[in-house]
Design a protein around this ligand. Structure first.
Ligand code: TXA
Ligand code: MG
Length: 528
């Protein structure tokens, strides 16, 4: 018997249908279970739909420039676990939920067949992608397929689309079945959406010059040079992590004291096998969940890490950045990159090339512009030097609450015990500072009108701004931590250029990313 016809639900015409024909040419094809909703195995009842918390912001972001489609294998139908009608009901409800959030899905493609049915439409077949391309006039080569199963990657590759593999859903479980290359691994749907938006931004900056530009930077690194690379947190000053000479150049240009070790950036988890000895299970769980992303782990180092990179410690800080340019650069260079933030020691970290100091710019062999950093605050650093007692060394872009939950352990928060031993010199009391005097508002209850008229105020959400300041920067009017963190260094740099007497700052709420924001404010004020 020939297999049942595959089905597709066209959704009501939505916002996307009004897009101009030119923009309409790009699409994102989304797997359903494990990608946009929790994979609960053969979902037959609309009440079982659980959207991931990242789904709505991700799809909103993508729908500005892409048509959205869902492409799903529902083999539970062929196995008589659920009916085709169950699947259609679930999909109809899902579209309704998304539409209430202002997200319109162009079409849902369902393959209801089993592995042995010999159908044309079961992923990894490119059938539905080709059909959508034909019917909607989509350019597949500038489109993406996102999913948490190797069959999603197979579909994308055979259709000629860009492939993103997610670690959510069953992603971690099936990692061993992936092809060797030709796709990007990312933690979850929101990081995938940000990745796609960033790739578009990069192609606007470089056009067809992109590969050549990154290749030329990689060549300078191979020749022992150092240069500025974007990451998703802040810009880094990068050099060959395996070369003591390159590392020395970084310390010199940054005017960084040699007791302050560098973070080593890699482009895959496998690479750390040769850089670290002993990778505790809890550390591995974190890497598998958050890499690439703003998490640095400190592990016992292997002999290949030069002493200058780790400042003579027997540990090394490792991180896999999530910025496409950083990953491309590391891969093209062919070695891991040591990269501290690209600022002069103790000054504010740059979150865009415009904020680079002239000295850093002049001393760099290349500068790769990657647009604004998505996070704007450095990575969170956790140390597994003593696996029995992991420590949060630096609060950063990944909230500690989240990290603890994934690792299934609680981290000791590092506190300066005053014995002068530096665990992570980012913990030095004065750091991330401005040339302008920087003060915390809470220690300065009375600020005279005269001083206010020559000073600025940085406020978390605008609620605590006293009258009379010459300039005010509100980090996020809606109190959104992510937005506030992303704007912090940029605001500090901007105010620093205004020749003011003082910059005063209010606090952020002391939880989630607020910990990292308050840490940077305290350090800028020398109250670390
Ligand atoms: O987001 C980031 O992590 C950025 C981007 C460029 O990747 N990098 C960054 O690097 O912030 P840097 O050098 O500015 O800060 C690295 C921090 C320093 O406080 C350093 O002391 C600490 O990491 N660190 C490096 N190696 C360490 C080690 N083996 N043990 C403890 N702390 C270490
Ligand atoms: Mg899936």
């Amino acid at each position: 018997m020939p297999p049942k016809k595959p089905s597709s639900i066209p959704s009501k015409p939505g916002r996307n249908s009004k897009m101009s024909p030119e923009i309409k040419k790009k699409a994102v094809f989304l797997d359903r279970d494990g990608t946009i909703i929790e994979d609960r195995g053969h979902i037959g009842n609309p009440n079982e739909i659980r959207l991931f918390p990242e789904t709505v912001p991700a799809l909103r972001m993508l729908s500005n420039n892409y048509l959205l489609f869902i492409v799903t294998n529902q083999s539970g139908v062929a196995q008589n676990i659920i009916t085709k009608k169950n699947v259609d009901d679930v999909n109809a409800k899902l579209l309704e939920i998304l539409s209430e959030c202002g997200i319109s899905i162009e079409q849902v493609f369902v393959c209801p067949h089993g592995k042995d049915d010999g159908c044309v439409c079961r992923k990894p077949s490119p059938f539905f992608l080709r059909k959508a391309a034909k019917e909607h006039g989509i350019d597949i080569s500038s489109s993406y397929m996102i999913g948490d199963h190797p069959s999603d990657i197979g579909t994308a590759i055979s259709a000629g689309a860009n492939a993103i593999y997610l670690l959510s859903g069953h992603g971690q479980k099936h990692m061993g079945e992936l092809p060797e290359n030709g796709f990007q691994i990312l933690p979850e749907i929101l990081s995938a959406a940000e990745w796609i938006v960033k790739k578009d931004e990069i192609s606007k900056i470089y056009g067809s010059e992109y590969s050549r530009t990154v290749e030329s930077a990689a060549e300078k690194l191979r020749d022992g040079g150092i240069g500025v690379m974007p990451t998703e947190t802040v810009y880094g000053l990068a050099g060959n992590a395996l070369s003591p000479d390159s590392a020395a150049k970084i310390f010199d240009l940054k005017k960084r004291p040699h007791f302050d070790p560098l973070i080593v950036h890699v482009a895959s988890i496998q690479e750390i096998q040769s850089l670290a000895i002993e990778i505790p299970d809890a550390a591995m769980r974190l890497l598998r969940r958050y890499w690439p992303g703003p998490l640095t782990v400190v592990l016992k180092k292997s002999k290949v890490i030069p002493g200058i990179v780790s400042s003579g410690l027997d540990t090394v800080a490792l991180r896999m950045p999530r910025h496409p340019i950083a990953l491309d650069l590391i891969r093209k260079a062919g070695f891991p990159l040591a990269a501290p933030s690209a600022n002069i020691f103790s000054m504010t970290s740059p979150t865009c090339v415009e904020n680079l100091s002239p000295e850093i710019a002049a001393g760099s062999d290349f500068i790769l512009d990657g647009g604004k950093c998505q996070f704007g605050i450095e990575s969170s650093i956790v140390s597994f030097e003593n696996p029995a007692e992991p420590v949060l060394l630096r609060p950063g872009s990944l909230p500690i609450e989240e990290i603890s939950e994934t690792a299934g352990i609680s981290f000791k928060i590092h506190e300066d015990n005053g014995n002068g031993k530096i665990l992570a010199p980012g913990l030095l009391k004065k750091h991330y500072s401005t040339a302008t005097k920087f003060e915390l508002a809470k220690y300065n209850r009375v600020i005279s009108p005269e001083i206010r008229s020559r000073s600025a105020f940085i406020s978390f959400d605008g609620a605590d701004v006293p009258e009379g300041f010459l300039a005010v920067e509100t980090l996020s009017i809606t109190g959104d931590m992510r937005e506030a963190a992303a704007r912090l260094f940029d605001s500090m740099s901007k105010l620093d250029r205004m020749n003011l007497d003082f910059i005063f700052a209010g606090d952020a709420p002391q939880h989630g990313l607020g910990l990292a924001i308050n840490d940077r404010l305290r350090k800028a004020a020398g109250k670390g």
